[in-house]
Write a protein that binds this ligand. Structure first.
Ligand SMILES: NC(=O)c1ccc[n+]([C@@H]2O[C@H](COP(=O)([O-])OP(=O)(O)OC[C@H]3O[C@@H](n4cnc5c(N)ncnc54)[C@H](O)[C@@H]3O)[C@@H](O)[C@H]2O)c1
Length: 267
């Protein structure tokens, strides 16, 4: 049994994962805007620093797992820059800041939450993906605000998946005994999805998306919690830099023959 930090622990996937891991006997340190052991705003550098400090205190400096799950969706009127700060930098800064604690707890695991919107939502900006990966938050926020938050969402999640793949294989992660992976859930029935259904301009697209899921509709947060429990556990020690889709078949429907893709070493 170990100590695992989860952001976004107050709702949806984060809450279901907290419940699952506590039932499995783990100690969970929850982080969220409210209703959590550590209440901070991960959209700000001050909130991220406070989260890292408090997790270090509460864990005694040793973590066996980390799930940076806090995130927000694109909605009309919501600034795209907010998604950059919460979804991308709110996850990456905690992964970086808590990596020494995971190294102290190795063998240990971190799992970031990407999304199947990375492959199933067409037309978003790769400029924003690349701006996030460059690591300058203010510059990435400026790129994001040239567009809307609905198109920023998959870009932030694509950048997060790429950050995971780049870092997972390094001495600091794999070499330190920390497995680092991402999951890409499809539509999961949480308050985030309900927020989309409640918006009359988004609802038709959500209904179309839901009706195209081969497994018959949205998944449950408990199904994602089960996947995360596995990826954090001892049977998943050979996963490294994987982006694991769990989406009821949406990606396989929209992009049937796109994966596996041929490796082109020339780039
Ligand atoms: N539900 C889906 O269909 C789906 C699909 C793919 C990926 N995801 C991702 O899964 C993660 C969890 O989503 P969910 O559906 O459970 O959503 P949710 O809205 O139920 O939960 C998200 C949690 O993150 C917290 N949060 C938001 N902004 C924060 C901030 N600035 N600081 C601290 N905490 C903050 C919220 O308070 C909330 O408790 C997100 O990263 C989301 O992008 C969700």
């Amino acid at each position: 049994m170990g100590t695992i930090a989860i952001t976004g622990a107050g709702s949806g996937i984060g809450a279901a994962t907290t419940t699952r891991l506590r039932a499995d006997g783990h100690t969970v340190i929850g982080v969220d805007l409210k209703n959590a052991e550590v209440e901070v705003d991960l959209g700000t550098e001050a909130g991220r620093s406070e989260a890292i400090e408090r997790i270090a205190e509460l864990s005694g400096g040793v973590l066996n797992g980390l799930v940076p799950c806090a995130g927000i969706s694109g909605l009309p009127g919501r600034p795209a820059s907010l998604l950059v700060s919460v979804n991308y930098f709110g996850s990456v800064r905690l992964l970086e800041g808590l990596r020494p604690l995971l190294a102290a707890g190795a063998p240990s695991a971190a799992v970031a939450i990407s999304s199947n919107s990375t492959t199933c939502q067409p037309g978003y900006s790769m400029d924003l993906v690349n701006a996030c990966l460059l690591g300058d938050e203010e510059a990435a926020r400026a790129v994001a605000d040239q567009g809307d938050s609905i198109n920023a969402y998959p870009a932030t999640k694509n950048a997060l998946a790429k950050w995971v793949r780049r870092n997972a294989i390094t001495p600091e992660w794999a070499g330190a005994g920390i497995t680092l992976n991402a999951i890409a859930p499809g539509m999961i029935a949480t308050p985030m999805v309900q927020e989309g259904y409640d918006d009359p301009t988004i609802r038709p697209g959500m209904e179309m998306f839901a009706s195209s899921i081969p497994m018959g509709g949205a998944g449950d947060p408990e199904q994602i919690a089960g996947l995360l429990a596995f990826l954090l556990g001892p049977d998943a020690r050979f996963f490294c830099g994987s982006v694991i889709f769990c989406d009821g078949g949406t990606d396989a429907t929209f992009r049937t023959n796109d994966w596996p893709a041929l490796w082109n070493p020339q780039g």
